[in-house]
Ligand binder design. Structure first.
Ligand SMILES: [Zn+2]
Length: 396
């Protein structure tokens, strides 16, 4: 066998063992060998190397029925940090996350809207430097050694070639073909991973969150846009042109009278169930011109028109989701996005329409999870892009 092959195998085995330790929480060397199918001597040698690099630590004894109790190995989640960034029009959210997926520090900054990509990326570099500097100070103040920055994960809306770190197109930012991964990698000298933001959400949930026990699930984001991350048989599905998951643009209505969507086409789900659609419904009914936050607050106080606007959006969402269930037969739906916090206002209608329109009772025992409406799952998701590479995580 060539040296190169040997090195590659060692690297793969290293990632497999590290991931086994991470998933188990605490595990003996013998159990690692059993679960991975690698020989005891290979496992021991790799574990020694990990211990010397401080990637894992030895902890207490496992419960054993007799004889010598094996020492357990645990991941040292403080062995390194990664940076997670969510890029939006007008705003960047960034976080420092440890190898256990804990958000140690979160910051956000406003950037002018409609910025040229070159200027936006310069602002982004500055923001990343500030984030790294602040994180080092925070860690030292807490008597934790400043840690290795192992990588940077970047998530944004649009069609993204994640293998090559290229934004192919973003209709929100109106950018085309920007090699964001390369630009940041050259500047910071550490690996950078770029991915569609809804996909990062799906990856983060698989690695650290609600998606962990499931092989087949759908992450649906609801808010200004309607997005979808598809995990099938444990793998994220990106599509042939990196364009899978444009759930907001499936057709709900046809014909001249169908409402126009932000994509320029007519009758898309987003034109019926996004923030704009909800606000638009209220305006059409009684001439008010409220923000989506005002509609939510009024609905919560019992305003009938605002309640109706949410209920109707929920029914349209249900129609869209029943199509997804009929197509993918998932075990679970994970609902996030800016409007997840208003789920109580649209969930009943959504579930009703799902039940009415799915075949073979596919929706009967489906688990529906609604995430808290904070940004932690987003930044943890983008950070996971870099963390999962470190563990050579197969699949997602
Ligand atoms: Zn559309």
């Amino acid at each position: 066998m060539k040296t190169g092959d040997n090195d590659l195998i060692k690297k793969i085995n290293f990632g497999i063992i590290l991931d086994t330790i991470r998933e188990a929480g605490a595990i003996s060397r013998i159990e690692i060998s059993r679960r991975t199918g690698l020989s005891r001597s290979t496992c021991s040698a790799i574990c020694e190397s990990m211990l010397s690099q401080n990637l894992i630590t030895e902890t207490g004894k496992s419960i054993s029925s007799g004889g010598r109790k094996p020492i357990l190995l645990e991941l040292n989640i403080h062995a390194g940090i990664v940076i997670g960034l969510k890029l939006m029009e007008g705003e960047i959210i960034g976080a420092v996350v440890n190898l256990g997926g804990e958000v140690l520090l979160k910051k956000q900054t406003q950037v002018p809207r409609r910025l040229e990509p070159e200027i936006y990326i310069e602002d982004l570099k500055q923001f990343i430097h500030e984030l790294i500097n602040t994180s080092q100070t925070v860690l030292m103040t807490n008597h934790v050694d400043p840690m290795n920055v192992l990588g940077i994960g970047v998530g944004m809306s649009g069609r993204i070639d994640s293998t090559n770190g290229i934004l192919l197109e973003s209709s929100i930012l109106e950018w085309k073909y920007i090699q964001i991964g390369n630009i940041l990698e050259e500047h910071f000298g550490i690996p950078v991973y770029l991915e569609n933001d809804v996909n990062t959400f799906a990856i983060g949930e698989k690695f650290f969150g609600i998606g962990k026990p499931y092989s087949n699930y759908l992450c649906i984001t609801i808010g200004e846009g309607i997005g979808l991350g598809i995990v099938l048989q444990g793998n994220l599905y990106r599509g042939h042109h990196h364009g899978a998951g444009e759930f907001g643009h499936i057709k709900i209505a046809y014909g001249e009278d169908a409402p126009v969507c932000s994509c320029g086409k007519k009758g898309c789900l987003e034109a019926f169930a996004s923030d704009n659609a909800i606000v638009g419904y209220v305006h059409k009914k009684d001439g008010r011109d409220p923000s989506i936050i005002e509609v939510t607050e009024s609905a919560e106080k019992g305003d009938p028109v605002c309640l109706e606007a949410f209920a109707l959006a929920g029914r349209y969402l249900g129609a869209g989701i029943s199509t997804l269930i009929n197509l993918f037969d998932p075990e679970a739906l994970i609902i996030g996005g800016e409007r997840a916090g208003a789920a109580h206002l649209f969930m009943d209608g959504m579930k009703e329409v799902i039940a009415e329109n799915t075949v073979y009772e596919l929706a009967k025992d489906i688990d529906i999870h609604v995430l808290k409406p904070d940004t932690d799952h987003w930044v943890r998701g983008v950070a996971t892009l870099a963390i999962k590479e470190f563990f050579s995580k197969p699949g997602v």
